[in-house]
Write a protein that binds this ligand. Structure first.
Ligand code: EPZ
Length: 417
């Protein structure tokens, strides 16, 4: 098991490039099931979750070359329709193969994903939508068994704007007979990226990125090449890294318009953010102002940036309230941040952060992907040495983050534990 060792207090300087988006690449990989053929997906980040998705697709019969940057996927022989528990339990997003297998083969047997550290993460909306499209669904022994002679278009209204549910049903409806309307759909940019790929494959999808998506089913889809969008959460994490260290960095290969809610909050906190000449320049202030945030579905403040923003507020002037409205257990970074000397009080789904003059380095433990990022950010700003263990959580969603931060002047190394 690896750990990270950080000697804090260095102001980050220089330029960093953002990798491809994990949360766009995962559904894009799954969508290759819808058409038997050879795909070339580019700008794919080297991540554990990408490797897991590759294993899932190979278990279904796909042949895959590469695991990052360029990945060639041949789904001609995807004939197995079962995704097993040992694969699905390591990465919940694998459950998205259910609908595409149903659309292509008329049946599928996929393990229920189970919960994860940050919450129960049910898939009731996914299953409700598949039933509306005409699937027979049975839950047995922890598996979803689904059959459908012919999927038919339907009007589906989500109880909650679910990202995975919207992606799952948009993909599946692409091959259903007739028109499907997804109402109260999620609006995340990763959904737009997936819709762009599906339309290049021959799908007829309108409205992705709004809360009403119209999908006119087609007979067949074709294999294509596609480039994954940049990872907006990795980009946001580097923006906070500059802000929390009082640094001055340039970030390339990012789309700032995907992070409006974060940008407004960081600017309110006194961070200078300039978007020009293809770079985003981020300059941390001498003193950070305390700002309240509430996580919301896109375009609201992203839950995937909540832990990172909380780390920033630990050093702000005054008190800020962080409300987590998406997941029921996404404050596990708090107990670890307290070890740095932060002053945070949790009350249900909100936490009050009282800014402190300084953080001091400490041994801490990663608990989930974005919590790990918040511990790195605190370690970069803290005085003294920080050791972070269980960083396999980090490797799920950040490509070589310690190398990228070291190139910005951080004193950070990965060592074998
Ligand atoms: C996606 O998860 C992301 N993962 C998450 O990123 C992200 O935090 C989340 O969207 C919200 O933006 C990927 O894209 C692979 P949801 P997803 O369905 O699709 C409830 C990261 O750090 N819900 O939008 O699972 C659910 O419980 C990860 O990269 C239902 O009630 O999220 C939650 O409260 C973490 N029933 C809310 O909706 C359902 O059927 C949002 O979940 C589905 C969801």
């Amino acid at each position: 098991m690896d750990k990270l060792i950080i000697n804090g207090g260095k102001k980050l300087k220089g330029e960093v490039s953002v990798s491809g988006s994990k949360n766009a690449a995962l559904p894009i990989f799954v969508a290759t099931i819808l058409a038997g053929g050879k795909f070339e997906i580019s700008n794919v980040p080297f991540l554990r979750d990408i490797n897991t998705t590759i294993k899932v697709l190979e278990s279904l019969g796909a042949t895959i070359e590469g695991n990052g940057n360029i990945v060639k996927i041949d789904t001609t022989n995807v004939n197995n329709v079962e995704a097993t528990y040992d694969l699905v339990k390591t990465m919940r997003a694998s459950v998205l193969v259910l609908g595409p297998l149903l659309a292509r083969h008329g049946r599928a047997r996929v393990s229920l994903p189970g919960g994860c550290a940050i919450g129960a993460r049910p898939i009731d909306q996914h299953l409700k939508g598949l039933k509306a499209l005409g699937a027979e669904i049975r839950l047995e022994h922890g598996y979803v068994e689904a059959t459908a002679k012919q999927l038919k278009g339907a009007r589906i209204n989500f109880d909650v704007p679910t990202v995975g549910g919207t992606e799952h049903l948009m993909m599946t409806a692409a091959l259903a007979k007739g028109v499907t309307l997804l109402e109260n759909a999620a609006r995340e940019p990763e959904i737009v990226d997936l819709a762009n790929m599906l339309n290049l494959m021959g799908a007829k999808i309108e409205g992705a990125g709004t809360d009403n998506i119209r999908i006119e089913g087609v007979e067949k889809l074709s294999a294509i090449d596609y480039r994954v969008m940049p990872d907006r959460i990795e980009a946001g994490t580097f923006m906070i890294a500059a802000a929390i260290t009082g640094g001055d960095i340039k970030i390339s290969n990012m789309q700032l318009e995907h992070l409006d809610a974060l940008v407004f909050k960081m600017q309110d906190a006194g961070v200078e953010i300039i978007n020009k000449d293809g770079f985003v320049r981020v300059k941390g202030p001498k003193k950070l102002k305390s700002i309240n945030i509430k996580t919301r579905p896109y375009p609201g403040f992203p839950t995937d940036m909540q832990a990172q923003f909380m780390a920033l507020m630990c050093l702000a002037d005054g008190a800020s309230v962080v409300a987590e409205n998406i997941f029921e257990n996404r404050f596990m970074h708090v107990s670890e941040l307290l070890r740095f000397g932060a002053d945070i009080m949790i009350d249900g789904r909100s936490a009050t952060v009282k800014g402190v003059k300084k953080l001091s380095g400490a041994p801490v433990m990663a608990t989930d992907l974005r919590a790990s990022a918040s511990l790195i950010l605190a370690g970069l700003a803290a005085e003294g040495t920080t050791e972070i263990t269980r960083i396999y959580h980090l490797d799920r969603g950040y490509e070589s983050i310690e190398k990228k931060l070291a190139a910005l002047g951080a004193d950070i190394v990965r060592v074998k534990e």
